[in-house]
Design a protein around this ligand. Structure first.
Ligand code: PMP
Length: 285
């Protein structure tokens, strides 16, 4: 992704894609002092753009890292990147981090907080098989307690076990991994939230140790508007035996049906297909 034409917004300016570099002594590279957003633009409009900018700010605050741009400035930066690259349908990555400077220890109060925005075309997150039902491994790592790490932040440090778990899953021929949390409850995938269907009702984990995804919140609202009961509750792994349908939600994943998690199997049923189609229509509306 580094060697190509295009423009990236870096600390207030559009720079050549190839020149959007940071120093190796950047604090974030050593200590994971970084927060980010993943967003999608459809037909020229970023879906829930302000919500994403606000979550970036909130993630920064959770890390005691004040992002030196307002929501309005972040909004303008994202639009500038789409315009400069001639993109209408794109994935947008906003990242803010503690840079290089006076400090090289764990403390970093004298180093600047920096921000960048890039955008590129990114199709189906789980590839062409998206509507056939993804196969998920069960991760050996557990999502940590909110007393261990700020689980509501979309922060780089939370993704270390995601990369490890996704690599392990792919080595077994799976598309992704499902995490249990520190208590053993079903939590989320490495970059998406999870939903299940049983007897026409929907079940999804309480967002107490997972990212309360913007797509997750959108889908819960859509289901309730349709009159479908949604239970936000603690879900045990053994309960997967009784669930009929399953899907993942996320900005990148959108609504992706799941066909298998470990030895548990699901069908791509009516509620899954309907909500996927309705989400697709909503983001493009
Ligand atoms: N959980 C994790 C760990 C994620 O990385 C993501 C993607 N941001 C999500 C859930 C889904 O969040 P959203 O719907 O806001 O993209």
């Amino acid at each position: 992704y580094d060697d190509r034409d295009g423009k990236i917004w870096l600390d207030g300016k559009l720079v050549e894609w190839r020149d959007a570099n940071v120093h190796i002594l950047s604090h974030a590279l050593h200590y994971a002092s970084s927060v980010f957003e993943g967003e999608r633009a459809y037909n020229g409009k970023i879906f829930k753009s302000v919500e994403h900018s606000e979550r970036l700010q909130a993630s920064g605050k959770l890390l005691d890292m004040e992002i030196p741009y307002t929501v309005e400035e972040i909004e303008a930066a994202k639009q500038a990147v789409l315009d400069a690259n001639g993109l209408t349908d794109a994935y947008i990555r906003v990242v803010a981090w503690r840079g290089a400077g006076e400090d090289m220890g764990v403390a970093s109060s004298r180093n600047p907080v920096r921000m960048a925005v890039a955008a590129w075309t990114w199709g189906a997150y789980y590839g062409d098989a998206k509507m056939q039902g993804a196969k998920l491994d069960i991760a050996k790592w557990k999502r940590p307690s909110p007393e261990t790490i700020p689980t509501q932040a979309k922060a780089a440090g939370l993704y270390m076990i995601c990369t490890m778990s996704k690599h392990a899953a792919e080595a077994k021929g799976c598309s992704d991994a499902l995490f249990l949390d520190y208590r053993g409850y079903v939590s989320e995938a490495t970059g998406a939230n999870i939903f299940f269907v049983k007897d026409g009702e929907v079940h999804t984990p309480i967002p107490d140790a997972i990212l309360n995804g913007i797509t997750r919140q959108t889908i819960i609202g859509m289901l309730r508007d349709k009159g479908i009961t949604v239970h936000e509750r603690r879900i045990q792994l053994e309960e997967l035996e009784g669930f009929e349908q399953c899907w993942l939600t996320g900005t990148a994943a959108e609504v992706t049906p799941v066909g298998q998690i470990g030895d548990y199997t699901f069908t791509v049923g009516d509620i899954t297909r309907d909500i996927a189609a309705e989400y697709e229509a909503l983001v493009r509306a």
